[in-house]
Design a protein around this ligand. Structure first.
Ligand code: OAD
Length: 410
């Protein structure tokens, strides 16, 4: 397969474990063609952590560290301060960073909460460590654990909750620059946030491809195979096909690189329901300007919010996310609008998130934009097709457009 005509694309490969410390290193500022080589010094430590795949974030999850509680008390009134800024019209380019905590109110467990998180409940898959289930090398050797889990993870049985609709309301009010989500449940899309406002940084089930040569495969056929305990096989190279979830060791989608434009432009960053344990995503929060308000809404302090002192413009509100977001919406005077939006959405039939075979077929192996002459078994730019969605829209878009763009049907 000739890929030499493809333009080089930047790559960042997904990893777990250590977080970069402030001041932020711009992820896009390091020269070099490969994601892993592009990272600076800090990555050697990261790589070491990675090779051990330890659950390095566990102690940050119980909210018991002295720094976390000190920070908590210093952040009182943060929600009201940020609401005031929004009401004063000072926040017109809001970036949202989201994680699994956004979807627990929809009945989907997060990953790292002790006891209930997905990683605490994988014994039956008989894997050497929890994150192996999303490790591309492990999958290459044995796809069965992931396929068994995927049967439960495939979107279809869960609905967006109040928090998703709050994000959509940000868009509706013309304030949302972009939402960067690590979630693979597709609920942001399902609630009507349009494609060009959404970066699914860890991929989704909406498309599928060969894990070796990246030839696209009809997502619905992949789903049917997996649901029937069959292995979807690439028609080009006969390797195993998987949904386009970004596994550890794989590149993030091309659309992820919109962060280099968005974060410097943001005038408010809202971080919701994430442990900020996974790089390179976690370090994004350090790339807004230092005077830009950062609002953490989570059960516990995470990432830079674990440290004292915080940036002057940092605020956090700890507790149940849905309850916090409801209070925030009340302060903004948006609650009725959100409730109304949710009611109106319930009456519509929710679109399915699996792309039609036709649309998937249009994305060929070659069109994925792998760097010229750099294709390796791990070289992947799975989100290339999404890059075209990277328009610079910051103005309000109508909700009819939102709904239309979310209506990918089979
Ligand atoms: P985690 O499970 O690591 O973190 C979820 C965070 O949300 C934790 O800090 C929880 O305390 C918090 N949380 C959960 N429910 C909440 C609630 N109801 N109210 C308030 N806070 C709540 O999930 P992520 O940070 O999203 O990869 O994980 C990042 C990545 O790790 C995921 O994308 C996943 C995993 O490997 C894939 O999906 C392939």
């Amino acid at each position: 397969m000739n890929r030499s005509s493809q333009p080089p694309v930047p790559r960042v490969t997904r990893s777990a474990g250590a977080r970069l410390t402030e001041p932020a290193e711009r992820l896009d500022s390091v020269p070099g063609p490969y994601g892993k080589q592009r990272r600076k010094q800090t990555d050697s430590a990261l790589a070491q952590d990675l090779s051990q795949m330890s659950m390095s974030g566990q102690d940050t999850l119980n909210n018991s560290s002295p720094s976390a509680s000190a920070v908590k008390s210093s952040s009182r009134g943060g929600l009201a301060s940020v609401a005031r800024l929004v009401k004063l019209g000072r926040c017109k380019n809001v970036v949202v960073v989201a994680g699994a905590g956004v979807s627990t109110a929809s009945g989907i467990p997060d990953f790292r909460t002790p006891g209930t998180g997905l990683y605490a409940n994988l014994e039956k898959y008989n894997i050497p460590y929890p994150e192996a289930i999303f490790n591309i090398d492990y999958f290459s050797n044995d796809p069965q654990p992931f396929f068994s889990l995927a049967k439960a993870l495939y979107p279809g049985s869960h609905h967006p909750n109040y928090i998703h609709y709050f994000i959509r309301m940000l868009h509706h009010k013309g304030l949302l620059l972009r939402v960067y989500t690590q979630n693979i449940d597709g609920l942001e899309k399902l609630c009507g946030i349009p494609d060009d406002k959404l970066v699914e940084a860890h991929g989704s089930f909406a498309t599928a491809a060969c894990h070796l040569c990246y030839t696209a495969y009809p997502a619905e056929e992949a789903k049917q195979a997996i649901m029937n305990d069959k292995v979807p096989i690439c028609t080009f190279c006969a390797a195993t096909v998987k949904p386009d979830i970004v596994f550890f060791g794989e590149d993030l989608p091309q659309k992820y690189f919109l962060n280099t434009q968005d974060f410097p432009k943001a005038d408010l960053l809202i971080i919701m329901g994430t442990s900020l344990q996974i790089e390179p995503f976690a370090s994004l929060v350090n790339t807004v300007r230092s005077t830009v308000p950062r609002l953490l809404l989570n059960r516990n302090a995470v990432g830079p919010f674990e440290k004292v002192p915080l940036r002057r413009a940092d605020h956090m509100e700890l507790g149940d996310l849905e309850e916090t977001v409801r209070r925030f919406a009340e302060m903004l005077g948006w609650n009725d609008d959100i409730e109304e939006l949710m009611r109106s959405q319930e009456t519509l039939s929710l679109p399915t998130l699996i792309s039609s075979p036709l649309s998937v077929d249009q994305t060929s192996c070659q069109s994925r934009g792998a760097p010229a002459g750099t294709e390796t078994s791990r070289s992947r730019a799975g989100g290339q097709r999404g890059a075209s969605s990277g328009s610079e829209e910051t103005d309000s878009e109508t909700d009819s457009k939102s709904s239309a763009s979310s209506s990918q049907s089979t």
